[in-house]
Each structure stands twice: as C-alpha cells, then as structure tokens.
Design a binder for this molecule. Structure first.
Ligand SMILES: Nc1ncnc2c1ncn2[C@@H]1O[C@H](COP(=O)(O)OP(=O)(O)OP(=O)(O)O)[C@@H](O)[C@H]1O
Ligand SMILES: [Mg+2]
Length: 373
C-alpha cells in the first residue's frame, strides 16, 4: 500500500507541482493518475520512489516513511516505467531489460535469462534482444520499458504514460496485454495518463488531478462517470460519460431473441422465404457462427443463386453475456440490420437484440453501481 499524507512539492522557483495531496493506493490494484498536462502527475509518481524529494507531508510505502528507507533499497521494490520510454540508446534491448538485475548484482547469465523471459512475456520476439532501441517502433520500445520495469519482479510498479507513443490500435492491444499480465501478477500499480478513456479502462481506482497539483476526485471509474465531483471532472470525462458508463454493465441479464437465419449453402430464394416480409437475414456457417447480414431486398438478389455468392454485410462486434452493454449498444447502432448479435463461448449464434430493446433493457435497470470506495 502507498499512502500520500498532505504531500506538497514546490520546485525551486516556486511552482507548486503537488498541493496537499492525500491519497491511498491499495495493494494489488491499478490506480491511475489522470489529468491535464502540467498538473503534477509525473511529479507525484516520482515522489514515491524518491527520484524527486517532497517539500512537506509524507509518503508511506507499506507503512514505512519513504524518507526513512535508503533510496536504493526503496527502488529495489519499485519498478519504474519512464515517460517517453527512457531506454538507454547505446545498450541492446536485452541489456536494457536486464538493467536492474545487473544493478542488483545478479550474474550476467541469470540476468539475461530473466530478460529473455520478460521479452516473451510482453510479446516481443527473441530476435529483438540484440537490437538497439532506435531499431524498434515506438510501441515496441514501450514494451521493452515495461519488461525492464518488471525485471526484478518488484511488488510495486510506477508507470508514466507507458502506452502513449503509439497509435490507437496498438495502444488498445498493449492495454489488453497489460491487463492480462496484471491479472497474473497482481502488482500494486500506479499508472499515469492524460487520457481519460485509458484511465477508465485500466484503473481499479482513478485519481483525477486538477491544475496546480490538486486532487479533484479519487474513485472507481464507474463512480467517476456516474458522479463527477465537480465541473472540472465532469468536463474531463466529457459529454459521453453516460455512454462510457455502459462499459461497466454486462449483458448477463439482457434478453435476446431469434432472427431469420440462413446457411451459407442455402439458395437465395430460401433465404428470402426465411425472412417473409422482413429485409435482413443472418447467414451462419456450419457451426452456426454468424458470417454476415444479407439484405434480401437488394436488387441483384435475383441474379445470385446461393447465399454464399451474395454480398454479406458485416455483423460487426458480437457479444457474449460477459460483454459490456457499451459493446452491445455499439453493435446494434453500427449494424446495417439494426441488431447486435449474441454468441456463446464457441462463437455460435444465440440471439439478437435491437437498439430499442437495448435502450428498454437499460431503462428498466438500476445500472451503475455507485458504492463508495
Ligand atoms: N524540475 C522542475 N523544476 C521546476 N518546475 C518543474 C520541474 N518539473 C516539473 N515542473 C513543473 O511542475 C508542474 C507539474 O509537472 P509534472 O511533470 O509533474 O506534470 P504532468 O502532470 O506529469 O504533465 P504531463 O502530462 O505534461 O507529463 C508543471 O508546472 C511543471 O512545469
Ligand atoms: Mg508527466
């Protein structure tokens, strides 16, 4: 556990980067510091491992005042992923990852073996070990940074914008991997970002920082979306917060119903018969997995014989009971047929639900859990 007690950091020159911060970071969980540029996120993070010394107040790590522990000993238990990667440019990837084990005096062979294992863990091929950071993409460098911070298996990880230098798609996959890894490792993590979506996706708890190093709100993501503490937080979470809040509601109780379906090998005449006076039929493969929507009203339907040779429109993102209602609603809104498509664990079709039915279901529910932390 990490505890900030009335922590203030004033830089020489007078900037108050952190102002009377009180905050608890629970063990084994991800706490995200989010807020606009310059609001003291990096400073707060670096106060924890004493790469910056505080001006007043105190920080406790597992009950011990950090200033009472020699900085080197303190940092041994705290991995640190630096903003913008911070890899050593003149060292190979493997030596970058093994930095801390070398510092801890591990023998070279053991340190490198550990580094290889970590590269694999973060999804980098072994062939990257001998490259230099400049020979990797931004996203790959960030993975190396994460591997390096994990090297000594520290119980605490401080991560400063670890996924910022990459495009949204790579970023989303790094985030997924990170959450998977954390499920296995269960570390105490403080992660800094200025992206509220990232904060909501990754955080068990989210600390919203405001201009001048003040804490505006500390809460679960669901509560921050449901009950922003003030106008600043409300602005930060944005106008879509109702929609974003659906990320925390699952489709477990959502009723689905059948829609007209057809097999890939069926004739278009049969497919048309299946829908009667409706327009859309869902094509399924031999294992009943959805392949696409067929519009039986389209003009070229008479010129193609089978469903297989007709133009199918994408089903989009399918959902299971574990999926979020955000995904379900988005699926329905994006679908040409107006239906979100449910599947079971094997991907087989279970039923569909329309936008209106999703809205009805949401309206009938007490949706967002707002139990205090
Ligand atoms: N070494 C320093 N000396 C003086 N002022 C500093 C120093 N480092 C940071 N500051 C100031 O302290 C404030 C907080 O900076 P900090 O780096 O903690 O912000 P941040 O929230 O991490 O911002 P960003 O999102 O841009 O990374 C800023 O006003 C910054 O200019
Ligand atoms: Mg920063």
């Amino acid at each position: 556990m990490i505890k900030f007690e009335n922590v203030t950091k004033r830089y020489p020159g007078g900037t108050v980067a952190v102002d009377e911060l009180n905050l608890t970071v629970p063990p084994g969980k991800i706490t995200v510091f989010v807020g606009p540029s310059g609001c003291g996120k990096t400073t707060s993070l670096r106060l924890i491992n004493r790469s910056i010394e505080l001006t007043s107040g105190r920080i406790l790590v597992d009950g011990r005042d950090v200033t009472s522990v020699p900085a080197v000993a303190l940092r041994r238990g705290i991995g640190y992923v630096i903003q913008h990667g911070g890899l050593f440019p003149h060292q190979t990837v493997i030596d970058n990852v093994a930095t801390v084990p070398y510092l801890l005096g591990w023998d070279k062979k053991k340190a490198r073996a550990r580094a290889h294992e970590l590269l694999e863990r973060v999804g980098l091929p072994a062939s990257f070990a001998k490259r230099y950071p400049a020979q990797l993409s931004g996203g790959q460098q960030q993975r190396v940074g994460v591997a390096r911070a994990l090297a000594a298996d520290p119980p605490i990880m401080l991560m400063d914008e670890p996924f910022s230098a990459v495009d949204p798609i790579v970023r989303a996959s790094l985030q997924e991997e990170f959450l998977r890894l954390q499920q296995e490792l269960g570390k105490t993590i403080v992660l800094v970002t200025h992206d509220i979506d990232e904060a909501i996706k990754l955080g068990d708890n989210v600390a919203v920082f405001a201009e001048g190093g003040k804490l505006a709100q500390l809460d679960s993501p669901a509560r921050i979306l449901a009950n922003p503490a003030d106008e600043f937080v409300e602005d930060l979470v944005g106008r879509d917060r109702g929609y974003r809040g659906l990320s925390f509601v699952t489709a477990h109780d959502l009723p689905v119903h059948p829609v007209p379906t057809t097999a890939l090998g069926a004739s278009t005449a049969d497919a048309r018969a299946a829908v009667r006076d409706q327009r859309w039929v869902l094509a399924l493969d031999a294992d009943r997995r959805p392949l696409g929507w067929l519009d039986v009203s389209q003009s070229d339907m008479d010129t193609v014989d089978t469903v297989e040779s007709a133009a199918l429109l994408s089903v989009g993102a399918t959902f299971t009971g574990d999926s979020s209602m955000r995904r379900v609603l988005d699926g329905a809104l994006a679908s040409p047929a107006g239906y979100s498509v449910g599947v079971d664990a094997d991907g087989a079709f279970t039923g569909a639900v329309s936008t209106a039915e999703v809205a009805q279901h949401l309206a009938s529910q007490d949706r967002v859990s707002v139990e205090p932390l």
